[in-house]
Design a protein around this ligand. Sequence first.
Ligand code: B12
Length: 503
Amino acid sequence: MPGIILFNPRSANSKPRIPNSILQVAASIEGEFDYYMIDGNLEKDPGKKILDFMANHDIFCFGCTVMPGPQLQQAIPISKKIKELFPQVKIIWGGYFPSNQPEPVLKSSYVDFIINGPGDIAFPLLMRKIRSGETNMEEVPNLIYKKEGTTVFTKKDGIYDQDTLPPFPYHKLNEFYPVKKYLGKTFLGSKTIAYHSSFGCPFTCSFCAVVPIYNARWKGKSAQVIYQDIKFLKDQFGGNAIEFHDNNFFVSEKRTVEFSNLIEKEEMIWWGEGRIDTIDKYKDDSLKKMRDAGCKMIFLGAETGNDEILKKMDKGGTQSGAQIKSFADRMARFDIIPEMSFVLGTPADTEKEVNKQIDEDIKFIKEIKSINPHAEIIIYVYSPVPVEGSELYEKVKSTGFAFPEKLEDWINDTWSNFDLRKNPLTPWLKPYMIDKIKNFETVLNGYYPTVSDLRMVNWKRRSLRLISSARYKLGVYQTPYEIKVLQKLWKYRQPEIEGFYVE
Ligand code: B12
C-alpha cells in the first residue's frame, strides 16, 4: 500500500527526545495508512535516507513537522529536493512555523498543504482525499493551501477532547528508533520522558507563537490518561522522570493535584511549564502534594518586573512585578525551583527608553535571585511573532520590522538565529543593548550556574562563582571574557537552547 513518510527535522545541538509532533500525527493514521518515521536528530544524512527511501518505496506523501529556527535548515532543502525528484509526492508541513508563517511556505511552491494547528482530524482526512484523487479540500479543517494563487484557510476546529484521541504508537516508533534512545539523562532523572498532555493556553501574551494558533483556548488530557501513558513508558522503557512539554501544564489545579496523587507512588521527578498567577492561586496543600509527588522545577513566563510592559504584552491575568517576587519566595518554601524566563528588549518610543527598561529588568532579575537564589533564570530577547492586532505587534510593525517573504531567506545567516530569541536584529535594539543583555547573562550564569547542567560539578561551580562575584555584585558586565572562556571550556549548557538532556 502506498505510504507516508513522517519527518522530524533535527533541532540544534540538542539530544533527541520523543518526537511527539510526528508521533501524534502517526496515531491519527495508525492502522489506515502505512507510514515511516524519520528523525533528523538520529540520522547522519536524513535527506539521503528520505530520497533513497522514496526511490525504493511507493510513497505518496511527505509530512514534515517544523518549528522556527534550526529545524528549517533540514525541512527546506529536503522538501525542495523531494518536489524536484518526486513531483507526484504531496508535501505537507505542520507545526508552529508553517501555521504562523503560511505565506512564505506556500509561495515556495514545493509545500502543497499546511496543517494549521492540530492535525489529528485534518491529516487522515487529507490523506484519504489525496489517495482518492479528490482535489476539493475545503471540508478538511485546519488546512491552509493555495488555490489559483489565493491562500485558502479552511475552518479552524476547536481543540479536540484529548482523552478521545488515539493512543500514541510507541511500539511503531520503537521499530524505527528504540524508544529507550529517546529517554535521555537530565537533572530530573537518567531516563527522561518527553510528554505532551495539553494543547493551547488560556492567555494571549502577544510575544507568544501559541496565541495565533490556539487563540486563548486550552484542553488537556485527564490526570488518569496521563498517568496510564507515563506508567506504560515507565514499565515498558524504564522512564523515571518526565518533561511535560505543554505550553501550560498547570492550568487546572484539580488536574494537577489528581495527577500528583496518581504519580506519587511511582517516585518519578517531573518538570512542566505554567503561569505564576495561576499557580499562585494553588492552595499550600496542592503545592506540597505536587512537591511530594516529584514536581521539582516549573518553567514560568515572568517576562518583566514592569507592570506597564506586562500590560503591553497582554500578559493578562493578575501577574505583576510584586507577585513575581512573592511567588519566588513562596516556591522556596515548597522546595519547587521556579525557572523564570524573562523577555528583554521590547520596543519603546525612544532608544533611551528601550535601554532604561533593559537596565530595570536586569536589576529586577537580581532582586529575584536575592529573594530565592535557587530560582533559575532564562533570558530571551524579544523576537516578534505575528499576533495581529496586539499593541506590541502593531508597535513592532510601526518600526518597519517585517518577516522574510521568501522561505529560503529564513535559513540565511541573518534570520536563522532570529527565532532562537537571542539576537533578533529588531530595529529598536542596538548592538550595544544586545551586548549588555548577553554580558549580563554570562555574568549571571557564572555567579549562579544552572542546576540543570549535570556536568557543572561543584568545584567548577565554585570557581565560576568566585571569578564572577565582583562583576555580579558591582554590576560590571562589559567583556566578561574570563567567564566566557571557562563556560566554553566546560561546555556550559543553557537549557533554553539545548534542553535539559545531557546524554
Ligand atoms: C519539544 C519542543 C522543543 C524541542 C524539540 C522537539 C523536536 N521536534 O524534536 C527542543 C527543546 C529541541 C526545542 C527547541 C527549540 N524550540 Co521548541 N518547543 C518544543 C515544545 C515544548 C513541544 C513541541 C511538541 O512536541 N508538541 C507536542 C506535539 C504533539 O504538538 P505539535 O507539535 O503542536 O503537533 C501538532 C500540530 O502542530 C500538528 N503538527 C505538527 N507537526 C506536524 C507535522 C505534520 C506532517 C502534520 C500533518 C501535523 C503536524 O499536528 C500535531 C498533532 O495535533 C513546543 C511548545 C509546545 N507545547 O508545542 C516548543 C516550541 C515549538 N519551540 C519553540 C522555540 C522558539 C524553540 C527554539 C527556537 C528555542 C530556542 N531559543 O532555541 C529551539 C529551536 C528549535 C529548533 N528548531 O531546532 C517555540 C516556537 C515559537 C514560534 N515562534 O513558533 C515553541 C512554540 C515554544 C513557545 N511556546 O514559544 N523545542
